[in-house]
Ligand binder design. Sequence first.
Ligand SMILES: [Zn+2]
Length: 449
Amino acid sequence: MPADLVVRGGRVVTHTGEFRGGLAVSGGRIAAVGADDQLPRGAREIDLEGRVLLPGVVDPHCHLGVDYDYDSDMRTETAAAARGGVTTVLLYARNPKPGYVDFYRERRARGEAQSMIDFGFHFGIQRPEHIAEIPEIAEVTGVQSFKCHMGYEPGNPIGINSSPDDWVFGAMRAAAKLPRGVVSVHCENTALAGMLKDEMKATGRTDLAAYTESRPPFVEETAIHAVIRLAELTGCPLYIVHTSVAAGPGIAAAARARGVDVTVETCPHYLTRTGYDEDLDATAKISPPLRDAGQRAGLWKALLAGQIGTIGTDHVPFRKNGGDVWAEKPGVVSFAWELPLMLHHAVHERGLPLSELVRMNSYTPARQFGLYPKKGALQVGSDADFVVVDLDEEREVRHDGNGTCLWEGWKLRGWPVMTFARGRQVFDGTVDESEHGNGRCVTVPDSQR
Ligand SMILES: [Zn+2]
């Protein structure tokens, strides 16, 4: 019997290396992988003509349904992700009320009705009751990843409750007991950020650099040190989201060397932008802030030294108010350009091996959040999630969706040309709109795994 789909003639890249050949898909899973002459015949065959085939991007960090309606975000933003070669997105979701089990059921069902790619959840600790719920959430929903926020002062523009130390410690102590438990932390010392913000506001400055300077690198570094110590004490795997400071990856590497399970994520905006770029205004507010060229260079150095675990977009569509930086909502969108940005700036400009990009974009995020080898791998039995990339295609970034894009008009080299999600072609130069509603939730109870 022929496979449903066979792609051949490609340069296939995994997190460990690469080979010439392709893969076969049956029933949405990878049925064979290898050199062309080892692959079966397919009902549909695609000749890649030497182009690059990568595991689909697993974006571990986004926020959907925060400002725009959740259903509409799950529709428009997963389509943007499909364009960017992303086949799984993990949402950092927040419920202001107690009761994550009901929240999960509702968000999962509404997401599965709209999404064209697979998605899953991390849940934000927003009140002490959420910590007490952790064992029940894990058992009933399968979500074992929790996030503690920091750096958001009371009255912040997006209504986030920052975690004091006892919440972080309590969440870690509970998550450490779970088989796939992990705690993510937004590392910025809340008290320092509040104090320095008030001082900067008092100067009357409202520019983007004032926001950057109001949250200097040590505000993030001290928080990184503190949460690593708590992870060490509790034995809880720690995932440091959106690291923006050059020293962060090295601090984490030193902790790993003494046995702490800590993984560092950074974002494309910290690698490509600064708070001093003249074309940016208050709408480029992000938390933590865009930093300066020296910090950016230090992050690249850490990335090329292998100290970055994952790249997350922190994609969040916001309606920006376009005015005062202090009242502005922090966050930008980049689902569609993370892969092109990394192909251009990391692979072409800095010589990063493609296998290293696959490690950060697919393998480590899948492994960190309990999805490997179903996701993040090109192995027999894995979900047939993959992206075909034309390394030499040059194109300008064009954004016509919701949220703020920091790269409008940038000419990038290296773009996705086809995206397959569990064997379904969701992108072939244009997104297949009939695929909405075919995505599935991947954070599920053990009985459904
Ligand atoms: Zn985020």
